[in-house]
Design a binder for this molecule. Structure first.
Ligand code: SF4
Length: 339
């Protein structure tokens, strides 16, 4: 069985993600004997990555950066849960409690940005995990990556639920003066009950909105994505209105939304969560989520309501996020509203 070096043993070679998958496959996550357990009870396993820039298809951008895998924010609806199975880890507890840390990430990124073949394309940061989850305060991989991107004057967009992004406003403001730099704070709802149940490890929604205000005040194009709106938890007109009003009050430069989708490991995890904590909702969800997405008409209803409220609170007239930020499903329209 592979044995991995201790967290701060800088002289030793870290395992690759493939090594991790092989180890977990043979012995479960308990076989990661050198992963360090920290005060938040999550275990952090340092790994070596071969590449930092990740090419993706089917999105408005082609390149992503994720210095960590897994996320202690532990949102039950998180679409990235299903990616954790690539490392033979499960999409339930292990997604939020076994975090892979790409120790050599910044060095690899710096090399990749310097390649003659790299043409400075837009990079989306934080698409498969939150780049400002608490452990970033220790490793600073995101901050050091932004330093490298700033040196290269490379356009970026960040999606996060972490108010820690404010720590890096100096770099982000400088990058904003040089090229495209957008920060999308994810705040699906300001409803405390929905927040506590759906996003157990995240900062309070108002703390996230205060971070947006600080970024905007620093000259950064920062706004809010209400992603995802979760049927029955955050989709009522009252909750949407309170959320959109709060977003407007905090000076967000833009606001978008999407209704939750469910597939693979995320679907399995979310339905288990419902069955455990909200069994009365299970039949309704089984009807609403026969497929990956809720029916188009339902999504149009939600997005139509959001659009109406954005207009009411002056958000529709504000600037848009850059074109690479997916702020809504195509062609939402107001056609009535239910649940
Ligand atoms: S913060 Fe983002 S990446 Fe982390 S669990 Fe929540 S949705 Fe997933």
């Amino acid at each position: 069985m592979a044995s991995f070096p201790l967290l701060f043993d800088l002289g030793a070679t870290k395992p690759t993600t493939r090594d991790i998958a092989r180890t977990v496959k043979s012995g479960g996550s308990a076989a990661l004997t050198e992963a360090e357990r920290r005060a938040d009870q999550a275990r952090y396993q340092e790994v070596t990555c071969r590449s930092a820039l990740n090419h993706v298809k089917g999105m408005p951008f082609e390149w992503t950066l994720n210095p960590y895998r897994g996320c202690t924010h532990g949102c039950h609806y998180c679409y990235a849960r299903r990616y954790h199975v690539q490392f033979e880890l499960n999409a339930d507890d292990e997604f939020a409690s076994v975090i892979l840390v790409k120790k050599n990430f910044v060095e690899v990124l710096t090399r990749e940005l310097a390649r003659p073949s790299w043409t400075g394309e837009y990079i989306a940061i934080g698409t498969a995990t939150d780049c400002y989850q608490p452990i970033e305060g220790h490793y600073k991989l995101t901050r050091r990556s932004i330093e490298a991107l700033l040196r290269a004057r490379n356009p970026i967009g960040i999606v996060t639920k972490g108010p820690m992004v404010v720590r890096d406003r100096d770099l982000l403001a400088e990058l904003s003066r040089a090229t495209t730099c957008t920060v999308c704070m994810s705040v699906p709802t300001v409803d405390e009950s929905a927040w506590e149940r759906l996003e157990p490890g995240t900062a309070h929604p108002l703390q996230r909105l205060r971070a947006v205000r600080e970024l905007v005040d620093a000259g950064i194009n920062a706004g809010v994505l209400m992603n995802p709106i979760v049927p029955g938890f955050s989709s009522s007109r009252d909750k949407l209105e309170r959320t959109i009003k709060a977003i407007a009050d905090h000076g967000a430069r833009f606001c978008g939304c999407n209704v939750m989708f469910l597939e693979d490991g995320t679907r399995t995890h979310f339905m288990k969560f419902l069955a455990r904590e909200f069994p009365a909702l299970v039949p309704r969800y089984e009807r609403l989520y026969r497929k990956k997405h809720a029916p188009e008409e339902y999504r149009k209803q939600v997005q139509g309501m959001v659009r109406l409220l954005q207009d009411r609170y002056g958000l529709a007239k504000r600037e848009k996020a850059d074109d690479r930020v997916p702020t809504s499903d195509p062609e939402p329209e107001q056609v009535g509203f239910a649940w």
